[in-house]
Design a protein around this ligand. Structure first.
Ligand code: GAR
Length: 199
């Protein structure tokens, strides 16, 4: 199965996925890495692994849908069956979600539906929760909203800072994201309404 990974930043999750493909844990090929940010370190990780990259600048497109159409065109050309968002900081258009319905995954650094948005770790810490952790979910039209595939709870310590908590959340992200992708590629995820069953 061909998969594509969309990133905007440092790409530590991309790296975990690259490593999991390389060692055979995920039986798939990363056919393309797309970034909306030309300076993203994720692009270097992809190039180092010999993976084709595509940089798209949102400013070059009239609308979100036009931007997404360009991505979809490139994904179709490479027969991509699963789209993996790994720190891709854009909301997908209804067009994209429709074309790849139930075939787009995202990772979020908090236990959804809590602390949606771009500051999941800071928001959880500021709120004072005792437990938080990453969520892998399918993407629908709403922000951080689609059916949940995997979550991992971790304890928040009294002396945690954003940095220390981020480090522990990332460590778990790098375990559950490859696991969720593996399950998808092996066609072991069944979606019924909001519930995702592992078969
Ligand atoms: C990850 O921690 C992911 O959970 C978060 O961006 C980070 C990307 O890190 N995503 C969101 O906050 C989405 N709402 P990475 O570039 O090192 O993989």
């Amino acid at each position: 199965m061909n998969i594509a990974v969309l990133c905007s930043g440092s790409g530590t999750n991309l790296q975990a996925i690259i490593d999991s493909v390389r060692n055979g844990y995920i039986p798939a090929k990363i056919a393309l890495v797309v970034s909306d940010e030309g300076r993203a370190y994720a692009l270097e990780r992809a190039s180092n692994a010999g993976i084709e990259t595509l940089i798209l600048n949102a400013k070059d497109f009239k609308s979100r849908e036009d931007f997404d159409k360009e991505i979809v065109k490139n994904l179709k050309k490479r027969n991509v069956e699963l789209v993996v968002l790994a720190g891709f900081m854009r909301l997908m258009s209804p067009y994209f979600v429709k074309v790849y319905k139930n075939r787009i995954m995202n990772i979020h650094p908090a236990l959804l539906p809590a602390f949606k948005g771009t500051h999941g770790i800071k928001d959880a810490l500021d709120y004072g929760v005792k437990v938080t952790g990453p969520t892998v979910h399918f993407v629908d039209e709403k922000l951080d909203h689609g059916p949940i595939i995997l979550q991992k709870a971790i304890e928040v310590k009294d002396d945690d800072t954003e940095e220390t908590l981020l480090e522990r959340v990332h460590k778990e992200e790098h375990v559950i994201y490859p696991e969720a992708i593996k399950l998808f590629v092996e066609r072991r995820l069944e979606i019924e309404g909001r519930r995702v069953r592992i078969v």
